[in-house]
Design a binder for this molecule. Structure first.
Ligand SMILES: N[C@@H](CCC(=O)N[C@@H](CS)C(=O)NCC(=O)O)C(=O)O
Length: 214
């Protein structure tokens, strides 16, 4: 692939990398995708971004963007054909506030619900109860989102930056216990997630790639 393309270091199932790929895909921004194995990160990626998280976007001029939201904003500010930065209702600032709630408290509870055994110090020997506590905290947030989804999307009648930034995380939460998730009173949230997972855009960004090697 051409050296002149931006390079995206990505991991298929990482929700942060997914949101970056969604924005790059909708903006049709040409790039080279390099699938990473997280336990064996390429030296080229670490040289560009020593903090060692995906996604990392390296621009041809050498500029490095290593926060997923910044990758989304970079791509959409170049081309935003579906108006993700200008939602049908509300503003960019309101979307950014919602995204910070997702990336903060909700992500914290998602990790603890999904992997309760990784938090020995916090769970005081009751990983099961600890996980369920964090499931409840996450569920309270998801009920709020359900209330926002009257128009089908978080900020009105069409998809926006906020939907695409949050959906990969809600998907992870849903897949932790699909039967429980399906039994909850959040029909609009379920439809929102199901439509996303059935979309061509989702299929596009979830294509499998062999791990990249220099
Ligand atoms: N704030 C970062 C977080 C990215 C992040 O934590 N990515 C995870 C994977 S989902 C990661 O790379 N973790 C490092 C590792 O697992 O070694 C962003 O928004 O890009």
């Amino acid at each position: 692939m051409s050296d002149a393309l931006p390079v995206l270091y990505s991991f298929r199932r990482c929700p942060y990398a997914m949101r970056a790929r969604l924005a790059l895909a909708i903006s049709s921004e040409p790039h080279e995708l390099r699938e990473v194995v997280l336990r064996s990160k390429p030296a080229e990626m670490l040289a560009a971004s020593p903090k060692g998280t995906v996604p990392v976007l390296v621009l041809p001029g050498g500029e490095v963007i290593d926060e997923s939201l910044d990758v989304m904003l970079w791509a959409l500010r170049r081309k935003d054909p579906e108006g993700w930065l200008a939602p049908a209702q509300g503003s960019l600032d309101e979307m950014l506030t919602l995204i910070s709630g997702n990336d903060g408290a909700f992500k914290r509870s998602l990790d603890r619900y999904k992997y309760p055994n990784r938090y020995d110090q916090e769970s005081a020997g009751d990983a099961g109860g600890f996980g369920l506590h964090h499931r409840s905290l996450g569920a309270a947030w998801l009920l709020e989102l359900d209330g926002m989804l009257e128009g089908g999307w978080l900020f009105g009648r069409r998809a926006s930056l906020a939907d695409m930034a949050l959906l990969p995380f809600v998907r992870q939460f849903a897949h932790t216990d699909p039967d429980w998730f399906a039994a909850q009173p959040w029909p609009q949230l379920q439809t929102w997630l199901a439509q996303f997972e059935a979309s061509a855009l989702y299929a596009d960004v979830m294509q499998k790639h062999a791990p990249w090697r220099a």
